[in-house]
Design a protein around this ligand. Structure first.
Ligand code: FAD
Ligand code: SIN
Length: 525
């Protein structure tokens, strides 16, 4: 198979790229499950854009830089906040229906770290609305083919240039190559590397791992965002309780009813996510309780059902009526702030390979992503990547500015001695996720990071041996990619000798001035 443009992933980044590239040539979107299955589809709160009368791109810039704790790339944030409003209007032109006020203007919600109401939303299922809209637009575009149940395994390089991808047909087990003039990684993040995550099963970091194996530069992987509030229920997966619930007045309480957030930050429940997640973690450790509670029972029940229909119905399924009782919540891994290093046009360090959306590091999020900035980042930078790939594809690839935090490491080599247990892919996957949850979570220590690194290196080598000895399967590929991402996160965390934003290490509890503006760059040896 051969196309002009190949997008790996059918979330907001892959679809936006495809729609913008399609006027210039044939486009294939490869996706490993059915087309709508993506993190995008589950996004709840909304998409941030400075559209209110009291708002400006400068204020959105300021809030993003503040949340990012000194580590955002200012030029990337400026692109994000200046181009964002136009692209939200583009989504509306494609057919997205967002909530509106009685006068017809967009209803703008509030979330943590935002100084203005600027969250464009469709009730609490904004991602579903965006995914639905973009898939319909793609279906109507003759130049776009969507190839479902095809899992990208590895990038094909010729003379150092990306020319396509090796693919597994997950229904038949067949292997084949797809070639393209330009390839976009839009495979999303790696939330599944943790035991408790808000992310669906597809989020196994495949794009990050593939890019690393191909020799691309990866950045800032230590910055994993834990969402403060996912549903705590023994029978439920970590279902997200949107930050918009706190934006509408939700209050966090302990089991004894005490409101603890004002003890941690003057912005209380609307402090940036790293602060709220750490506060909950500290309260859980102090009290020994398994969860805290998010209370919105003081709000009008009809408003709750209208504004949060998905959350209301899902909690009800688990026997919790959120209009009458507080919601038991715990933090869970939610968003990968780092990823494949790119410039402002989504270009990676490998010629003809682009990366956009959660798989990418653009510098926008720094040490902590501001709520609802990720859908926006995917939208803005995938449009820019499409523009570049369709007009300036042959320019030499960019290189990141040197950083004082540069780590040189190679992808895992096979183990010297094979352990047959490595072929139990589910067990390997579980052990990686448990290690990450216990030792590379919200609060880290150097000793636990070293211990995790040793365990993960051994696991990754065993997985590599077993992977090379049998035909690839979905399970073996994902275990291999999770192991790679776990190692990248842990190696980056070990390299950063400070606490900043989402990376909190008890041994170094303060930020270090000299590391401000130093992203962690992971480069091949
Ligand atoms: P995704 O939407 O994750 O799409 C990745 C695609 O790649 C999928 O189609 C997947 O199947 C495919 N894929 C992966 N690996 C392979 C492979 N090897 N081969 C082929 N295909 C592959 N952000 C906000 O800004 N606002 C919100 O309100 C918000 N709410 C969220 C709520 C939840 C529950 C979650 C999980 C995330 C939320 N986020 C939110 C984050 C946001 O949804 C994601 O960052 C964003 O949707 C990522 O888009 P993407 O296109 O980069 O990746
Ligand atoms: C949420 O609705 O809380 C998720 C928002 C986000 O991740 O940006």
């Amino acid at each position: 198979m051969e196309y002009d443009f190949l997008a790996l992933g059918s979330g907001i980044a892959g679809l936006t790229f495809a729609l913008n590239a399609a006027p210039h040539g044939s486009v294939a979107i490869l996706t490993k499950k059915q087309r709508s299955e993506s993190n995008t589809n589950y996004a709840q709160g909304g998409i941030a854009a400075a559209l209110g009368a009291d708002d400006s791109w400068e204020l959105h810039l300021h809030d993003t830089l503040t949340a990012g704790a000194g580590l955002c790339a200012r030029d990337a944030v400026e692109v994000l906040v200046r181009e964002g409003p136009r692209l939200v209007h583009w989504l509306i032109e494609q057919g997205a229906q967002f909530d509106r006020n009685p006068d017809g203007s967009l209803a703008l919600g509030k979330e943590g770290g935002h100084s203005r109401n600027r969250i464009v939303h469709a009730a609490d299922h904004t991602g579903y609305e965006i995914e639905r809209t973009l898939l319909i637009a793609a279906r109507k575009t003759p130049n776009i083919s969507i190839l479902e149940h095809y899992q990208a395994l590895d990038l094909l390089l010729e003379g150092g240039v990306c020319v396509g991808v090796r693919v597994l047909d997950t229904l038949t087990g067949d292997l084949f190559d797809i070639r393209a003039r330009a390839v976009l990684l839009a495979t999303g993040g790696c939330g599944q590397v943790y035991l408790h995550t808000s992310n669906p099963l597809i989020a196994t970091g495949d794009g990050i791992a593939m890019a690393w194996r191909a020799g691309a530069t990866i950045a800032n992987m230590e910055f994993i965002q834990f969402h403060p509030t996912t549903l705590y229920h023994t029978d439920a997966p970590s279902f997200l309780i949107s930050e918009a619930v706190r934006g509408e007045g939700g209050i966090l309480k302990r089991r004894d009813g005490y409101r603890f957030m004002p003890d941690y930050d003057p912005r209380a429940e609307l402090a940036p996510r790293d602060i709220v997640a750490r506060a909950i973690d500290a309260e859980l450790k102090k009290t020994g309780d398994p969860c805290v509670y998010l209370d919105i029972t003081h709000l009008d029940p009809d408003f709750i059902k209208r504004r949060f229909p998905t959350i209301y119905q899902t909690c009800l399924q688990y026997g919790i009526d959120i209009t009458r009782e507080p919601i038991p919540v715990v933090p869970a891994a939610h968003y990968t702030c780092g990823g494949v290093w790119t410039d402002l046009d989504g270009r990676t360090t490998i010629p003809r390979l682009y990366a956009c959306g959660e798989v990418a590091y653009t510098g926008v999020h720094g040490a902590n992503r501001l709520a609802s900035n990720s859908l926006l980042e995917a939208l803005v930078f995938s449009e820019r990547a499409a523009r570049h790939a369709t007009t300036r594809l042959d320019e030499p690839p960019p290189q990141p500015k040197p950083s004082c935090l540069t780590v040189r490491l190679t992808p895992p080599a096979p183990a010297a001695h094979k352990d047959d247990r490595a072929e139990n892919w589910d067990a390997m996957r579980l052990s990686i996720r448990q290690t990450m949850q216990r030792q590379v979570g919200i609060v880290r220590t150097v000793a636990r990071l070293h211990d995790a690194h040793r365990t993960l290196q051994a696991a990754a080598a065993q997985i590599e041996t077993a992977y090379r000895q049998s035909p690839p399967t979905v399970e073996s590929c994902e275990a291999r990619n999770l192991a790679a991402c776990a190692l990248l996160i842990t190696a980056s965390a070990l390299a950063r000798h400070e606490s900043r934003g989402l990376h909190y290490v008890l041994d170094y509890p303060q930020p270090r001035e000299e590391l401000a503006a130093c992203p962690t760059l992971l480069m091949p040896l």
